[in-house]
Design a protein around this ligand. Sequence first.
Ligand SMILES: *[C@@H]1O[C@H](CO)[C@@H](O)[C@H](O)[C@H]1NC(C)=O
Length: 150
Amino acid sequence: MTSLFSELVLILFCIGFSFMVTSESSSGVQALNVHCRESEQKALLMLKDGFHTSLYRFSSWVPEQDCCKWKGVGCNKETGNVISLDLHSPDPSELLQGELMDSLVHLPYLSHLDLSHNDFYQTLIPEFIGSLSNLKYLNLSHANFRGTIP
Ligand SMILES: *[C@@H]1O[C@H](CO)[C@@H](O)[C@H](O)[C@H]1NC(C)=O
């Protein structure tokens, strides 16, 4: 009786395990097919050009690499559209300084934008921030911007 029971448990375990393996490999295949959009990759590279310090923070931002894999960039796993951009500086030695480029408007699905702890030289918060229609989270804390959010 006991051995029958343990065999049953083993079989159930195997079924469960193969389910896990199958679902994992299918999601893996899906992830391989989804790439960053070329227009969005271009927009990000232009954004990068607006900064002129701490460029080592952008070392993964190279055209040869899918932009969904770049540091700080998050994509929708089904469509490949860029949905989040985390450019906050974890410590003062990695501070980004420069201009916030309006190429951001070419990221139409952007919903999360964190620019905190950077230095935008007390410039006004750019008007185009107001036209990012899918934006749900915007962090400009200690970013050295001035003015009001459009
Ligand atoms: C905004 O960013 C700062 C610094 O990175 C962080 O401490 C704070 O929690 C953030 N605010 C929100 C509302 O997420």
